[in-house]
Design a protein around this ligand. Sequence first.
Ligand SMILES: Nc1ncnc2c1ncn2[C@@H]1O[C@H](COP(=O)(O)OP(=O)(O)OP(=O)(O)O)[C@@H](O)[C@H]1O
Ligand SMILES: [Mg+2]
Length: 295
Amino acid sequence: MNDTALEVVDLVKRYDTRTALDGLSFDVGRGTVCALLGPNGAGKTSTVEIAEGFRTADGGSVTVLGHRPQDPAVRPRVGVMPQSGGGYPGLKAAELLDLFAAFHAHPLDPSDLIERLGLGEVAGTPFRRLSGGQQQRLSLAMAVVGRPELVFLDEPTAGLDPQARRATWELIEALRHDGVTVLLTTHLMDEAEQLADDVVVIDHGRLVARGTVAALTHSDGEIRFRAAPGLALEIAGATVTETEGRYLVRGLAGPALLAAVTGWCATHGVMPQDLQTQRSLEDVFLDLTGRDLRS
Ligand SMILES: Nc1ncnc2c1ncn2[C@@H]1O[C@H](COP(=O)(O)OP(=O)(O)OP(=O)(O)O)[C@@H](O)[C@H]1O
Ligand SMILES: [Mg+2]
């Protein structure tokens, strides 16, 4: 069996004069969770919807479980949670999930899913009367109830409260445990750090980085912390830079550098805040995609 669940090669998508995807390539291994990251308008939803067979590409190719996205053979093997919408407005939550379960040969137990996602009290409420976060949780349940081999989740936790976010994370962990492949998009870097085996960062429809979270955030010989601005921090053999109280010390990797930094702080009565020996995924993301707002 091929160990690639999703393969995207030189994908191009244009909307009128705007090029949303500009030769994007990446793949997702079977049984892994891949987080597709990128600023607003980077092309995440376009990519996901082409892979789901909902939009057509203008160039390149996508292979889903060995098939073209529109291939009817692949539809029952794939679960989809769109960025918005998804339900039939008049149907009740439980009816909707039962209906989706009935489309599949070996569905998960819908009432168990309803409980796991905390929807028990609104099971009898029509979809259109559910709150935004409840609709979102139900649409996650609809995406996974058919026991898909591959699930596309487009910002599954956007707008969810912290409890619902945890429940969603647990569900995604359980999918991974069952060998399901997950492609998820998110703007929450901690979500990607928590869930993803691999991270793919795109911008302007192009790949800018990919790798494990550990590989992307690895930063040998760098220590960062916050403290009052303007400290005359000097560490032998290291360079120190400061922007508005955010200090970056670069030197020989290892605990000796850490000891030198904290030693200096102790001598000078400075308590370093947020001391990090690794870059955060958010730092990496901002370095890769810039700090300017997107339209
Ligand atoms: N149906 C459409 N018609 C015209 N332009 C579109 C359409 N869908 C997307 N675009 C444009 O294509 C680009 C990529 O959009 P896409 O929705 O794929 O981005 P995204 O990465 O999902 O963004 P977000 O993080 O805001 O969800 C954007 O510039 C957007 O304006
Ligand atoms: Mg999107």
